[in-house]
Write a protein of this length. Structure first.
Lengths: 325, 325
């Protein structure tokens, strides 16, 4: 059976961060035709390290979609070697951010192409093409947006760059506030505008990524938030909080530090009137009432994704839920 | 037995390129105390590749002195992995210049330190210190000098950057002339001046490296040539041509292309009145006469260095010969 012609294939957008977002991204990519899915990645984690332009979430999404990700860690490459890090350690260099040898090729190539004047959108398209990733993967912007965290650290209050907080300090410092430096003046990636005004757009999904660290940097770009809000398609988020705990990473810890109770409901409140629908885990079904009262449709299912089947099942569930809105 | 105090330890300088020069460098380093030897490395082969500052001869000398060089190839690191190159190949990147994974750490660290404002001399000292290399290894200059070759290529006459000629085109194009771009205005590395005027300087050796590609770039810096010429110590070269053939690389081929007969005598002629002594292989003993007639002392021995013992024996021979001049 040949795929449906483009004009009758509904299209979908996913806003996603790294490891958590990549699970739903893979589920959707395996369920939809390539032309039916655009993934918009957080680049607030991007940074320059050892002279290399590193885009952790773009790479995690790309490696996951290419089927080459290290499935144990959720990031980096499978069957990786670590000789360069061993060499850097011997030379007294910086090794707190672990870059695998084969992964280094991605950063070298990205850095080279950016320096040659290509946009991050173009570089990402090129890298995806080389890795046979057919799904459209876009950075939220070609201009830098940098997530910074106002924290209480062991040595007093400090504003930490994202990777300093997240990797070097293992997300241990207490977070008081989060800034998305550059977001208010960053233009969205050029390819985004047509995506949101596409008359065939059927749904905008927000992955179960950390709302504050992975999704808010995307929505902090004013025209992206406005485009999501005014798109002619329902906006559906998947809760990253299940049973009061984060699926991955420091989401629950950060919510507590920001004075919020870690719950699916608090996440729905945070996204607020941006949402038309919200997918919660079946174990949180009791929280559905207040969210529905706030005017957001709720659907409950098993949201924890261990296997590829889990990813595809949740993707199908989300697509079905979107069709009802 | 404790080493002699510094003021009675004679000091020595070696001008060297990469693989060929590193053999004599190691022999001298194993024979002398660390404070007795300064190695001045050719940086005419240096280039920027994949955004990295690469200094092939400095690295070959450093890795050789550190005992970590790949002894089979003479360059790069032993027990190296090649994942990054495999990754670059998959991404359609440039792979003609082979960079091992652990070796990449050296280039990343050098690039980072240079970008932070350190000189190549300082960076080299730091890297050597981290690898426990006690011998003083200096770049000829902290400013770029770039060897370029006027060649006849398959697509007509062209001026090729050194690594393009040497690695990408495997030294196959016919060489018509060689330029050392930047040499005439490059200041020698700051540490060099005192080395050449050191009253304890006992000898200046020129390694059996390619005279045109490895030694001439050093001597093309006017003040280095002048310092070698006016130093109060004999200058002794070891012939890189044995029995009319090069010990390694394209020396004989280039000599022929430049209209010279590949012979020890032609090398002695090339260095000319810079030399006080010349060490030739015993198989070239018949060439001694004309060289001696030109006012250069000649000593013949086995110059081909297969083993570590060969390197140390030739070093001892050169030191002994220098003491007679």
């Amino acid at each position: 059976m040949s795929p449906l012609p483009h004009h009758v294939q509904p299209r979908h957008v996913l806003l996603a961060g790294g490891v958590g977002g990549a699970k739903l991204a893979l589920g959707l990519a395996r369920t939809l035709q390539p032309g039916q899915l655009t993934i918009i990645a957080n680049t607030g984690d991007d940074f320059s390290h050892l002279g290399l332009a590193i885009s952790p979430d773009l790479d995690t999404l790309m490696y996951t979609l290419a089927g080459v990700v290290n499935e144990e860690s959720g990031w980096g490459l499978r069957d990786e070697t670590w000789s360069c890090m061993a060499g850097l350690e011997a030379l007294g260099g910086e090794t707190w951010f672990r870059l695998g040898d084969r992964d280094l090729a991605t950063h070298l190539e990205r850095t080279r192409l950016l320096a040659a004047g290509h946009s991050l959108t173009e570089v990402t398209r090129h890298l995806c093409s080389q890795l046979d990733v057919a799904t459209r993967l876009l950075p939220m912007s070609d201009q830098p947006v940098r997530t910074r965290l106002d924290c209480d650290t062991a040595s007093g209050p400090a504003t930490l760059a994202f990777q300093d907080y997240f990797v070097r300090q293992r997300a241990e410092p207490r977070v008081k506030a989060i800034q998305y430096e550059g977001a208010s003046r960053a233009p969205p990636a050029a390819a985004l505008a047509a995506t949101f005004t596409d008359p065939g757009l059927a749904a905008i999904f927000i992955a179960p990524s950390n709302p504050w660290l992975s999704i808010d940097p995307i929505l902090a770009i004013p025209s992206i938030r406005a485009a999501v809000r005014s798109a002619g398609a329902p906006v559906i988020a998947v809760s990253p909080i299940v049973g009061g705990r984060a699926l991955k990473g420091p989401t629950a810890k950060i919510m507590t530090e920001l004075g919020l109770r870690p719950s699916a409901q608090a996440v729905a409140d945070h996204y607020g009137d941006l949402l038309d629908g919200f997918i919660i885990d079946q174990c949180d079904a009791a929280e559905a009432g207040p969210i529905i009262d706030a005017g957001i449709a709720v659907a409950a299912t098993q949201t924890v994704m261990h296997t590829l089947e889990d990813r595809q099942r949740l993707a199908a569930f989300a697509l079905g839920f979107a069709a009802t809105l």
